[in-house]
Design a protein around this ligand. Structure first.
Ligand code: NOJ
Length: 544
C-alpha cells in the first residue's frame, strides 16, 4: 500500500509559459523549466502538475488544444519534454500533465473536418443540432464572457455545443471512438514519462449533452480510463477538477476505482471564509461534510491556482463576507464568479497569515498542491484581463524581467510585476534564498516537516474539541502514530485545552510551529498559540 505515492505527495503546479524562459524569446519553455527543476525539488515538492503545454491557439491559456500529440512549439519540442521528464525523475519528481479533453479548440483538425463534412468520421465527435436549442443561454461556465452554450457554425450549417468559450467545442464522450482517442492520448504521454493526468472539467467530460439540456453523467467512463491507465502504468494517477458537492464527489471516487484524487473545492472555499472571519468553524464543518473514502482515494488541497478563487458554493451571506474582506474593489473580482487575486496580496503580505494559510494547506487531510509563485508570496496584476491577473511570470531575481527572460520587456509573454510591494525587486526567489526568515525558506522547512509526517496524508483523522471558536484542532492517526495539529485563526494569542491532546503520561513532541521551535508542550496545561499561530504535535500512541 505504500505504493500509493500520491497519498504523501506535495504537488507543485506551474505553467511552462510563465515559469522560465530558456531561449530568450520572452516565452517560458521546457529548457528553462528543466534548468529550474532544482528550485522545485529544493522546496520539497515531489510532483509537478503542468498546465496544458500542447499545441494551441492559446485563447484559453492552452486549455484550447489543437493537437494533443505535440508540445506547443513556443515551449519546445517533444525532445525537450522527454529531457525534462528524465531530469525531473532524476530528482525524484513525478510529472502530472493537464488533460483538457472535455473540449478541443475549434481550430483542431477534428473540429475543422467535422464542420466541413457531415460525413467526416469526426462529425460525431462533437455535439450538433440544426435548430437553435431553447436552452442555448443556459449552463455557461463563464457567464460575463460567454453568452451561449450553442453557437452556430456557418460551414456546418448547425449549432455546436460548448460548455466553455465558443472557441472550445465539447467532445462527445458518449462516442466510444472519442473515449478510445482520449486513452490513446494518455498512453502517448505515459510513454513519454508522465505519472498521470489532471482531468480538466471532469463533471462536464462525463456528461451527456442533448438539445433539450444536459443528460446523465457517465461515471463509468472514469472506470474505463482508470482501467486503461492501470494497465499501462500501475502507479499512474488521475486528479479530477470537479467542483461538485461532497455527495457527488463519492461518484467521482467510486469504490477507489475511479479518480485517485479530487481537488478539495469544499474545503478551499471555507478555508478562505475562515481566514476572512478569524473563525475555525467553517473549515471544521467542511471537513466533516466530506464523504468517507476508500484508502486509494485522496483529496487534493489547495489555496490558489491559475483560476479565480471560486466562492460559488458558499451561502450568499458568507460569500459576501469573503468578497468584502479579500476583494473590496470590483476590479479584484471576476464578474460574480470569484476573486482574481493571489494569496499574498489577499493577506496583505502579512507573514503570519501567509504561514497560517500554508500550514493549513500542508496539514489538512489530503495532498497539498502549491501554485507556483505562492512559495515566495508573489502578487497579482489587476490591469491584466480575467484570470491573467494571477498568471504573471515567475520572479526569480531582481535582474532584467525578474530573471524570467533575457528578451526585451515588450516581448515577454505577460508583463512581469515590476512595481509596488510585490514587484520583482522586492519579491524574488534569489533574495528569499539568502534570507533565513523568508517565506521561501520557511515553506521549505514546512514541506520537509510535512514529508516527515505521513500520518497527515495517510491517516484517519478526526476533529478535536478546543472549546475556542477561533482554534481548529485535528488528529491524524496512522500505523500506531498520532499527530495533533492546532491552528489559531484569530489575530489574538489563545490558550486552549484540548481534551484529547494526550494521556497524562504521554510525551507530546512539537514537530513544527509558526516560530522557532519552543519547548514540547506539557499536556496537563493549556496549549498556547500566538496570533495566527499553529503547532504540529506528535503524541505517543493512538487514541482510538
Ligand atoms: C478549468 C481550467 O482550470 C480553466 O483554466 C479552463 O479555462 C477551463 N477548465 C476550461 O478548460
Amino acid at each position: 500500500m505504500m505504493d500509493l505515492w500520491y497519498k504523501n505527495a506535495i504537488v507543485y503546479c506551474l505553467d511552462v509559459e510563465t515559469f522560465m524562459d530558456g531561449n530568450g524569446d520572452g516565452v517560458g519553455d521546457f529548457a528553462g523549466l528543466t534548468h529550474r527543476l532544482d528550485h522545485i525539488a529544493a522546496l520539497g515538492a515531489t510532483c509537478v502538475w503542468l498546465l496544458p503545454f500542447y499545441e494551441s491557439p492559446n485563447r484559453d491559456n492552452g486549455y484550447d488544444v489543437s493537437n494533443y500529440y505535440a508540445v506547443h512549439p513556443k515551449l519546445g519540442t517533444l525532445g525537450d519534454f522527454v529531457e525534462f521528464t528524465h531530469l525531473a525523475h532524476d530528482r525524484g519528481l513525478r510529472i502530472i500533465a493537464d488533460l483538457p479533453v472535455n473540449h478541443t479548440s475549434i481550430d483542431h483538425p477534428w473540429f475543422q473536418q467535422a464542420r466541413r463534412d457531415p460525413k467526416s468520421r469526426y462529425r460525431d465527435w462533437y455535439y450538433w443540432t440544426e435548430d437553435r436549442p431553447a436552452n442555448h443561454d443556459e449552463g455557461m461556465v463563464f457567464p460575463g464572457v460567454q453568452k451561449t452554450t450553442w453557437t452556430r457554425d456557418e460551414a456546418a450549417g448547425a449549432y455546436y455545443f460548448h460548455r466553455f468559450y465558443p472557441h472550445e467545442a465539447d467532445l462527445k464522450t458518449e462516442n466510444p471512438e472519442v473515449r478510445e482517442e482520449i486513452q490513446r492520448i494518455m498512453g502517448f504521454w505515459l510513454q513519454l514519462g508522465v505519472s498521470g493526468f489532471r482531468i480538466d472539467a471532469a463533471p462536464f467530460l462525463i456528461e451527456e449533452v442533448g438539445p433539450d439540456g444536459p443528460g446523465p453523467k457517465h461515471y463509468e467512463y472514469l472506470e474505463e480510463f482508470r482501467n486503461f491507465l492501470s494497465w499501462r502504468r500501475g502507479d499512474a494517477v488521475m486528479l479530477a477538477e470537479a467542483n461538485v458537492t461532497p455527495d457527488e464527489a463519492c461518484a467521482f471516487f467510486g469504490d477507489g476505482d475511479r479518480m485517485h484524487l479530487m481537488f478539495n473545492f469544499p474545503v478551499n472555499q471555507r478555508l478562505f471564509l475562515a481566514l476572512a472571519t478569524g473563525k475555525a468553524g467553517p473549515i471544521g464543518a467542511a471537513l466533516s461534510a466530506l464523504p468517507g473514502t476508500d484508502v486509494r482515494s485522496q483529496w487534493a488541497n489547495f489555496l490558489r491556482n491559475h483560476d479565480e478563487l471560486d466562492l460559488g458554493r458558499l451561502p450568499d451571506e458568507e460569500e459576501r463576507l469573503v468578497y468584502e474582506r479579500f476583494a473590496p474593489d470590483p476590479a479584484m473580482r471576476l464578474y460574480d464568479r470569484g476573486i482574481r487575486r493571489r494569496l499574498a496580496p489577499m493577506l496583505e503580505g502579512d507573514p503570519s497569515r501567509l504561514k497560517l494559510a500554508n500550514s493549513l494547506l500542508l496539514t489538512l487531510p489530503g495532498t497539498p498542491v502549491i501554485w507556483a509563485g505562492d512559495e515566495i508570496g508573489m502578487g497579482d496584476d489587476l490591469s491584466l484581463t480575467e484570470r491573467d491577473s494571477v498568471r504573471t511570470p515567475m520572479q526569480w531575481s531582481n535582474g532584467k524581467n525578474g530573471g524570467f527572460s533575457a528578451a526585451p520587456a515588450d516581448k515577454v509573454v505577460r508583463p512581469v510585476i515590476d512595481s509596488g510591494p510585490f514587484g520583482f525587486e522586492r519579491v524574488n526567489v534569489a533574495a528569499q534564498q539568502r534570507d533565513p526568515d523568508s517565506l521561501l525558506n520557511w515553506l521549505e522547512r514546512a514541506c520537509r516537516a510535512r514529508r516527515d509526517c505521513p500520518e497527515l496524508g495517510w491517516g484517519d483523522w478526526r476533529l478535536l474539541d478546543t472549546g475556542d471558536p477561533a482554534v481548529l484542532a485535528h488528529e491524524a492517526c496512522w500505523r500506531g502514530n498520532r499527530m495533533v495539529v492546532v491552528h489559531n485563526l484569530s489575530d489574538r494569542p489563545r490558550e486552549v485545552t484540548i481534551a484529547d491532546l494526550a494521556g497524562p503520561d504521554d510525551h507530546v513532541m512539537e514537530v513544527f510551529c509558526d516560530g522557532r521551535r519552543g519547548d514540547d508542550p506539557d499536556p496537563s496545561r493549556p496549549l498556547r498559540l500566538e496570533a495566527h499561530g499553529f503547532r504540529w504535535l506528535r503524541t505517543a500512541g493512538t487514541r482510538h
